[in-house]
Write a protein that binds this ligand. Structure first.
Ligand SMILES: [Zn+2]
Length: 287
């Protein structure tokens, strides 16, 4: 999984031959993106071993989040399951990309992340911030869908388009989340927001460090930061998306009395957050 196009580092000791011709875009190392981990060090068929293995974290968290968010999805819409269902595909494409470092792997990895963000956007973007020409969520979803199709197609012509789209969506989500938090007085929610930002900042720090301080990490023989990024960004997504879904639940299904709880034990400070549905009274909570 990766979020920003970067030029390949020249690597000493590369052993795999580059295959050219019709299937060039599928061939090993046809992508311009590469990471700090040495290629083919642990396997002849897996380019980046630890980056590939760590992508399996998607297969642990996705089913767990699908299970934990099911009561909320039942009240709100089964479509919310799409987010973590599609995260499974992000995992598959991340494995494929790091295994092969192929151009197709890179595109599939980036595009799958874009579509997860787009689905989250269509599902959870607050109604009150819809543009004036949009009447309901169906129309908004169509607009998001068309924009994402356009961005996906453009990314084949110009790969950086996708990265800009990803970052624009991510920044807009952060902005809207900030607005919601400002009018929220529940300390449990503020704690979840702080923990989400903590995981996210740690994840980004690992990603940047792997990218820009690779020589240093190579010197001390610790080239695993991109693998750690995979784990941290999945944990950050579990926290962040639950926070966003919580605000959505407050606005869309207030009668369900949504509440943030943690799995496996509610008092565990490092547990996985999810939305518990407590009732069907018409009481609106304070935030
Ligand atoms: Zn990755």
């Amino acid at each position: 999984m990766q979020v920003w196009p970067v030029q390949r580092f020249s690597k000493a000791g590369r052993t795999a031959p580059r295959i050219c011709g019709m299937a060039g875009v599928f061939s090993y190392e046809s992508s311009e993106v590469d990471w700090c981990e040495d290629n083919y060090r642990h396997s002849e068929t897996v380019a980046e071993f630890y980056n590939t293995v760590s992508s399996f974290i998607f297969f642990l968290f996705s089913p767990l989040m699908l299970y934990l968010l099911h009561p909320y999805a039942k009240e709100r819409s089964r479509a919310v399951h799409l987010v973590w269902f599609m995260m499974i595909f992000v995992g598959i494409f991340s494995i494929y990309f790091h295994m092969t470092l192929s151009y197709v792997g890179q595109m599939l990895d980036e595009i799958s992340i874009l579509w997860v963000l787009a689905v989250g956007y269509a599902l959870w973007f607050p109604r009150k911030h819809f543009p004036s020409f949009i009447k309901n969520r169906v129309e908004f979803s169509v607009l998001v869908f068309l924009t994402t199709v356009f961005s996906t197609l453009s990314s084949f012509a110009k790969p950086t388009v996708n990265a800009y789209a990803l970052n624009c969506i991510a920044l807009h989500i952060l902005y809207c989340l900030g607005l919601e938090l400002r009018s929220c007085t529940n300390p449990r929610i503020h704690r979840l927001a702080r923990v989400s930002v903590f995981w996210w900042a740690l994840a980004i720090a690992c990603w940047l460090s792997d990218r820009f301080l690779c020589n240093f990490w190579k010197r001390i023989n610790f080239c695993y930061l991109h693998s750690i990024w995979h784990v941290l960004i999945v944990v950050a997504t579990a926290h962040g998306s639950t926070l966003i879904a919580y605000f959505d639940a407050l606005h869309e299904i207030p009668h369900a009395l949504p509440e943030i709880q943690y799995w496996p034990k509610d008092h565990w400070s490092l547990g996985v957050p999810f939305i518990a549905i407590r009732g069907s009274s018409k009481t609106q909570k304070e935030c």
